[in-house]
Design a protein around this ligand. Structure first.
Ligand SMILES: [Zn+2]
Length: 315
């Protein structure tokens, strides 16, 4: 049996073409509406379930939402802002070979998390062309290979949702934004269309020496620090959420060279004292880059030299 394809109704549209050119009676012109079925291949994946539908919805939401004035403004600011680091570095951006990091960073969470995006090379990068996010990471939690329980239709189904997000190093809070909702349709491919801030709720920490940490997509009403606060390593900043431009709950982390997200260049972050899981084995990393996909966990207090008393490298 041949499966009916609504897209083929498109051809009925040609019945209206002669009347559109003034040939014969006018009424067949209405057949031209059938040309709309030509859009079917674009619409069908949106109605389909599974991964195909999800990626189509993600693409469509990105395209549609870019047309909203505030999203367009943010995107233009992001693109225009790239001029600042272009001028600052004259094309020679900080990279993993040459960058010497001053701050000692530890992972901005507790327990085992999975880096799903991010690395310090073009191939592994979160988004190489966006200078500010070139060395960004997306972290979430997995259990038995899944990021959520059940069908994942609710933010609360996600293992990382509401988990503490902590300071990766001592610093001064220079931005703390809260009050943006967690997008209530995670895992569907749709993303938040109302948001005026793609970062969602977020915190920026100044570590000194032109190094700033941005922690984004935090849970609504979870941000527990204010601008001007001095925080210690491991101090809670907020909780993992799904605010801003986020397809499912996760932490977006990036180290950048200015407090301003739009004018910043990303810096390749070296993390200290963590464990990396590979093929079921755990290896200890004294200091190194994280390359997604990887399951990583900060070494906990009393588990070696990561205890807060050894802030020797803080400058
Ligand atoms: Zn991200």
């Amino acid at each position: 049996m041949v499966k009916f394809d609504p897209g083929s109704l498109f051809y009925l549209g040609f019945l209206g073409v002669p009347s559109a050119f003034g040939v014969g009676p006018e009424w067949p012109e209405v057949f031209m509406l059938f040309f709309l079925f030509g859009l079917w291949p674009l619409v069908a994946p949106l109605l389909a379930g599974g991964d195909r539908g999800r990626s189509a919805r993600f693409l469509l939401s990105q395209v549609l939402f870019e047309l909203l004035p505030w999203r367009l403004a943010a995107s233009l600011a992001q693109l225009a802002g790239q001029l600042a680091p272009l001028v600052r570095y004259r094309g020679r951006f900080p990279d993993a070979e040459s960058y010497e990091q001053s701050v000692r960073l530890t992972l901005p969470f507790e327990g085992s998390w999975t880096a799903v995006n991010g690395g310090v090379t073009r191939d592994t990068s979160h988004s190489w062309e966006l200078l500010a996010q070139r060395y960004a990471y997306d972290f979430l939690r997995e259990r038995d290979g899944a990021t959520h329980e059940g069908d994942g239709a609710d933010c609360a189904d996600y293992h990382c949702f509401g988990e503490p997000v902590v300071a990766p190093a001592p610093g001064t809070v220079v931005r703390a934004t809260d009050g943006i909702r967690d997008f209530p349709r995670p895992g569907t491919g749709w993303t938040e269309w109302r948001t005026w801030d793609i970062r969602g709720n977020h915190v920026v920490l100044d570590h000194g020496n032109g190094e700033y940490s941005l922690l984004a997509h935090l849970q609504e009403d979870s941000v527990c620090v204010s601008v001007g606060d001095e925080v210690e390593r491991g101090e809670r900043l907020g909780a993992c959420g799904n605010s801003g431009n986020s397809t499912e709950p996760h932490i977006h982390y990036q180290l950048q060279d200015t407090p301003n997200f739009f004018l910043a260049a990303g810096l390749p972050p070296t993390f200290s004292d963590f464990e990396r899981e590979r093929d079921g084995d755990r290896e200890r990393v004294a200091a190194g880059y994280v390359t997604a996909p990887a399951t990583v966990a900060p070494r906990t207090r009393g588990d070696g030299p990561s205890a807060p008393s050894t802030e020797a490298t803080r400058t």
